[in-house]
Write a protein that binds this ligand. Structure first.
Ligand code: AMP
Ligand code: GLY
Length: 424
């Protein structure tokens, strides 16, 4: 079989790595890929905005399955374009991806299907937003969110009136994230522990993926700015079996049912970001895809052939299969370029990868890297994902941090507290 992975981050490297172990796969392509995927697949340089060109490529190469990593092509309708042309592709349709593509849609959907989430108000214009600020609809702090996709940067926690006004100015008037800020959602601030939860969905049923938690802030102890993710661990330290049942009953199943009711049948990975509040789990946002960097940790625990799972969803046979997971925990620490998530330089040579990879149980997934003449250079903000699995989380972290001690590039930065939260 010929398989194509869409995306160029650590998530896509880990998906490609897992798929490369499938005995059924002969040819593996990644668009655009990175320095790591170049070692296990053929990287192809096509812009992810060019959905028609992506489908042309898949058609020409007779790709049997395409797996989509990032949200933007899903929200732009890549699945519909591929399916229109008779190509198998894993991910939700454009219709269903709206659950991530529009926060206004997601909030109204949750209200309709009584799925627990923060109280909210929608502003369709800057005037409406200013009115909401004036009326003090929620007490400070509260959250103002751009309706559309903003690469994870569209949610702003505001502590006072001035900050709320600046958020509206940035999102709705200066259009910092373009049309994503045409509308905004005002949301009550939720207190609690934040965690990820993902399932495979065939449109009717949910098949649990092992739990995980990501670390969004740049610095130790969750300080500093929000990032695309500085690390992840699996399982999540906050979710036990009873809570999984609760999340399925109150959130996952009503979501899958509701989407089907709305003629937006959700096939793919459904990933609600959750706040575990005193009143129970509440949805912070929906994602319509695998999480990054959670997937890098999770793929290390997946024993079943990923292609079989994807094929099972496509052909409605996943319900007859069991998905096997390793009981051993895993984690991922992200190495970033100096200055990230702000401005950073690219093109720094990376040293020590070979030595780091030799540690048993360690797996390195590339993100922003580029391979030139056998040497690996930085090519983005998040550069490398150092992952491992071992019998205990302490051992996992020991392996990861000793692997990191061999790696260096100018400006390299990472958190040193991943996987080290105190047990409750
Ligand atoms: P979102 O873009 O909705 O995922 O929000 C980004 C981050 O902002 C989340 O991961 C949370 O850490 C935080 N956040 C979003 N909504 C809320 C909320 N209602 N209460 C508290 N924190 C929130
Ligand atoms: N880990 C956060 C995300 O994938 O959106």
């Amino acid at each position: 079989m010929k398989v194509l992975v869409i995306g160029g981050g650590g998530r896509e490297h880990s998906l490609a790595w897992k798929l490369s172990q499938s005995p059924q796969i002969k040819d593996l392509y990644v668009i655009p890929g990175n320095g790591g995927t170049a070692e296990i697949a053929e990287n192809v340089d096509i812009s992810l905005n060019e959905i028609v060109k992506l489908a042309d490529f898949a058609k020409e190469k007779k790709i049997d399955y395409t797996v989509v990593g990032p949200e933007a092509p899903l929200v732009s309708g890549i699945v519909d374009e591929f399916e229109k042309r008779g190509l198998n592709i894993f991910g939700p349709s454009q219709n269903a991806s709206i659950i991530e593509g529009s926060k206004v849609y997601a909030k109204r959907f949750m209200k309709k299907y009584e799925i627990p989430t923060a109280e909210f108000k929608v502003a369709n214009t800057p005037e409406e937003a200013k009115e909401l600020i004036k009326k003090e609809v929620f007490k400070f702090p509260y959250v103002i969110k751009a309706d559309g996709l903003a690469a994870g940067k569209g949610s702003i926690i505001v502590k006072n009136k001035k900050e709320a006004e600046t958020a509206i100015e940035d999102l709705m008037i200066k259009k910092k994230f373009g049309s994503a800020g045409d509308k905004v959602v005002f949301e009550e601030f939720l207190e609690g522990k934040e965690t990820s939860y993902m399932v495979f969905s065939d449109g009717k049923r949910a098949f649990p993926i092992v739990t995980s938690k990501d670390y969004k802030r740049l610095e130790n102890e969750d300080k500093g700015p929000n990032t695309g993710g500085m690390g992840a661990i699996s399982p999540s330290p906050y979710i036990d079996y009873d809570l999984i049942k609760d999340i399925h009953r109150k959130i996952v199943m009503p979501t899958i049912y509701g989407m089907a009711q709305e003629s937006r049948m959700f096939k793919g990975v459904l990933y609600p970001g959750l706040m575990l509040t005193k009143e129970g789990p509440k949805v912070l946002e929906y994602n319509c895809r695998f999480g990054d960097p959670e997937t890098q940790a999770i793929m290390l625990r997946l024993k079943t052939d990923l292609l079989e799972i994807i094929d099972g969803i496509q052909h409605n046979t996943l319900k007859d299969m069991t998905i096997d997971w390793s009981m051993e925990p895993s984690a991922c620490v992200v190495l970033v370029s100096g200055g990230y998530p702000g401005k950073y330089e690219k093109g720094k040579e990376i040293f020590g990868l070979k030595r780091a990879k030799m540690i048993e149980g360690v797996q390195i997934f590339h993100a922003g890297t580029k391979k030139v003449n056998g040497k690996v250079y930085t090519n983005g903000g998040r550069v490398l994902n150092i992952c491992a699995t071992a019998p205990s989380l302490d051992k996992v972290m020991e392996k990861i941090y000793s692997a990191i001690s061999f790696i260096s590039f100018e400006g390299m930065f990472f958190r040193t507290d991943i996987g080290m939260e105190k047990k409750e």
